[in-house]
Design a protein around this ligand. Structure first.
Ligand SMILES: Cc1ncc(COP(=O)(O)O)c(C=O)c1O
Length: 294
C-alpha cells in the first residue's frame, strides 16, 4: 500500500506525503470539524489561486475556525508545497481543522493547517472526459442548507459516501444529489450543468459555489450562451440536450446516462466539448494562472 507521492506542509513543517501525520485527537478526524479547498496545478501553473484561497477563508470564517495563515502568506505556502512536490499537473489541497481535543489542560487549541500536493486526480478517471460519466439520482439527499450549508467546503461527507454506495450497487460512476424538495443540487465533488436549446442551466442554491462553476459562467458569457441559475428536477436532466459535471478534479466532465436515461445522444455533446476545451485553455496562461516552477 502506498499513498500518493507528494509533499505536505503541516503546521509549518514540510514532509513527504508518506510521512505526513495528524493526531487521532485532531477535531478534523474526531469530529469532522474541518474545512478545505482543492486547487489544480496544470502544466506548471495554479489556476485561480486567489479565488480558491478566498473561498477557503470564507469557509473557515463561517465555521469559526481560526486560520494561522491567510492571504499572501498562505498563497506562498501553497506555491512552495506544489513546487517541492514537483508535479506539474497536481491536485493541491488546503485543509484547516479546529485542532486537538481532550488536551491537558483543557481548552481551545491552535488550528491544524495542512497543505499537500500530489499528482492530479480526475473524478471517475481521465478516460471519462471522452466517454462521459453515468450517474444515478440516489435516495440519499444532499445536506440541507439549514443543517450544513454546502457553501462551506467541509469534510462532512458521510452522505456522499452513502450515495456512492448506491452508485456502486447500480454500476454507475457517480450521483446527482437532490435537495429535500426534490430539486437537483450537485454531485459528490462537482457541480452540475444542463444544456437545453443552447442555454445553460445550473441549480442556484444548496450547492458549493464551485470555482469551476464560476469559470463556466465566464466561458458562457464569452461564448454568448444564456445561463440560468434555477430550480431543476430529474426530468430536466433526463430531457436535456447535454449535461456535464464541473470540478477542479477533472474540469468539465460529460454526463451521458442518468438513471438509465440517455442524455441527448448518449455521448458527450458539442457544447460541452467547446466549454471543456476553453476551460483547459484558460489554465495555460492569463491572469488566472500563477506559475509555480518559473
Ligand atoms: C460538493 C462539491 N460540489 C462542487 C464541487 C466543485 O467545486 P470546484 O469547481 O471549486 O472544484 C466540489 C469540489 O470539490 C464539491 O466537493
Amino acid at each position: 500500500m502506498s499513498v500518493p507521492a507528494g509533499v505536505a506542509w503541516i503546521n509549518g513543517e514540510f514532509v513527504s506525503t508518506a510521512e505526513a501525520r495528524v493526531s487521532i485527537f485532531d477535531s478534523g478526524f474526531m469530529g469532522g470539524v474541518s474545512v478545505f479547498d482543492t486547487l489544480a496545478c496544470w502544466k506548471g501553473g495554479i489556476f485561480k489561486l486567489r479565488q480558491h484561497l478566498e473561498r477557503f477563508e470564507r469557509s473557515a470564517h463561517a465555521a469559526a475556525i481560526p486560520l494561522p495563515l491567510r492571504g499572501a502568506a498562505l498563497a506562498d505556502v501553497v506555491v512552495e508545497t506544489t513546487r517541492r512536490a514537483g508535479h506539474r499537473d497536481a491536485y493541491v489541497q488546503v485543509i484547516v481543522t479546529r485542532g486537538l481535543r481532550y488536551t491537558t489542560p483543557p481548552g481551545p487549541q491552535p488550528s491544524t493547517l495542512i497543505v499537500f500536493s500530489i499528482p492530479y486526480i480526475w473524478i471517475g478517471g481521465e478516460a471519462k472526459v471522452d466517454s462521459g460519466l453515468s450517474a444515478i439520482v440516489p435516495s440519499i439527499r444532499n445536506t440541507p442548507v439549514s443543517t450544513l450549508d454546502p457553501k462551506i467546503k467541509n469534510f462532512n461527507r458521510f452522505h456522499q459516501h452513502l450515495a456512492g454506495l448506491e452508485a456502486t450497487s447500480a454500476g454507475v460512476d457517480d450521483v446527482v444529489l437532490l435537495d429535500q424538495h426534490g430539486y437537483l443540487t450537485e454531485s459528490r465533488g462537482a457541480n452540475v450543468f444542463l444544456i437545453q436549446a443552447g442555454s445553460l442551466y445550473t441549480p442556484a442554491l444548496g450547492v458549493l459555489q464551485g470555482i469551476t462553476r464560476q469559470t463556466v459562467f465566464e466561458i458562457a458569457e464569452e461564448f454568448g450562451l444564456p445561463l440560468h441559475e434555477r430550480d431543476l428536477t430529474p426530468y430536466d436532466l433526463y430531457t436535456a440536450d447535454e449535461a456535464f459535471l464541473s470540478s477542479t478534479a477533472g474540469g468539465i466532465l460529460p454526463l451521458v446516462l442518468v438513471d438509465g436515461r440517455r442524455i441527448g445522444d448518449g455521448v458527450p455533446g458539442p457544447l460541452t466539448r467547446r466549454i471543456h476545451d476553453r476551460y483547459w485553455e484558460r489554465h495555460l496562461s492569463g491572469p488566472d494562472v500563477t506559475p509555480v516552477f518559473a
